[in-house]
Design a protein around this ligand. Sequence first.
Ligand code: UDP
Length: 422
Amino acid sequence: MSSTLPRNRRSYPSEVAEVVAARFDTLVVGAGFAGAVMAERLASECGQRVLLIDEREHIAGAAYDYVDEHGVLTHAYGPHIFHTQSLRVVDYLSRFTDWRPYEHRVIANLGDQLMPIPINRTTVNMFFGLDLNTDAEVEALFAEKAEPVAQPRTSEELVVSRVGRELYEAFFRGYSRKQWLRDPSELHRSVCGRVAIRTNTDDRYFSDWHQKMPADGYTAMFERILEHPGIEVRTGVAFDDVRSQVSYGHLVYTGRIDGYFEYEFGSLPYRSVRLDLRNQPTPGGSLVQPAGTINFLSEDVPWTRVTEYRHLTGQVHDSSTLAVEYPRSEGDPHYPIPCDATRALYKRYEAHAAELADVTFVGRLARYQYLDMDQVVGQALSAAARLVKDGRLRVAAGRRGRSAQPSPPMCSNSAIAPKRPR
Ligand code: UDP
């Protein structure tokens, strides 16, 4: 039993002889969201010839998905759930994909009990053994438990000042310490601030008006983004392999910024994840977990969460693949660590980067920001528009495309998209 699966993935050449001889307007390093969107914008809006390389053997960066040996559509680098508030980002990506509605739900495993996270009225009633029925009652309970902090700076201060220490310790402290190898008192408030805290009974993980997954998966969407005659793609090719051999005018760099500067000021720390993929039979197409993800809050459990991909993708199949995430320091850089020390170090690299007029740094690794996919797309759209506006792109004569008079999507995208009602 299986629903229709995305067609087989395209394979891209890793042979560089041909591109070494050619001349490109822009070299884009990294075929994740930042690089792919930049390449597409520069090729379609400016008529540029773009070479896009990635040291991985595939496109789509950490969003890469594939059909595993059991026939299940799997996210190779851990669960990627698309959600956004940005109409501009939805409009842009909708040129390359249809969408499948999916509202993510997460259940927290507290050892002996399962409760919904984000903390909401149901969570509060289960946790404290209460029967609160209104937002006002929950708000009053939070007010009673909260330890006021005038301007919360850390993740601990943010949560404790909103809901008090008991809920903070149960839902945030242990999980965050595992994930970051740091106490939330050392992490910027934006880290735990990603997770909503509600007084109603809404148990969805995200609150955004757009909660939909690319209908054929991420890799298929990336293939369409890169399907432009002006874009040459090479996978399995590192920047250092071609850096001195390819001829290009502008460089878009989406890898880690400290790596670009050869760690001149020291390494920026990242957290990584080891994925343990498990497949199990689900006769009749049933699902293993009651929700897409189960978060394991105890510090004594070495993994942070388990995600069942078929919840996310909607695929019907007679087996199911689950990803168990073990946070670690070694491995691919997945998460920049938002805290004061890393910010100060990043700022030194950022100042260095600002001196390079012919290099644009975009994305989670190049800007050392804990960004979601939609935020990376928005950042890339803005960066491409800015390059055009500032006249920083050199385009060979005769291939000027529309760069002289950029079309509306390129120029109007700095406007913040209005919020849409659900
Ligand atoms: N977090 C937590 N408990 C949870 C879920 C999240 O303490 O049950 C904290 C933790 O520090 C985590 C952060 O909130 O790293 C952001 O969570 P999110 O689910 O957004 O992480 P991501 O999906 O980016 O790994």
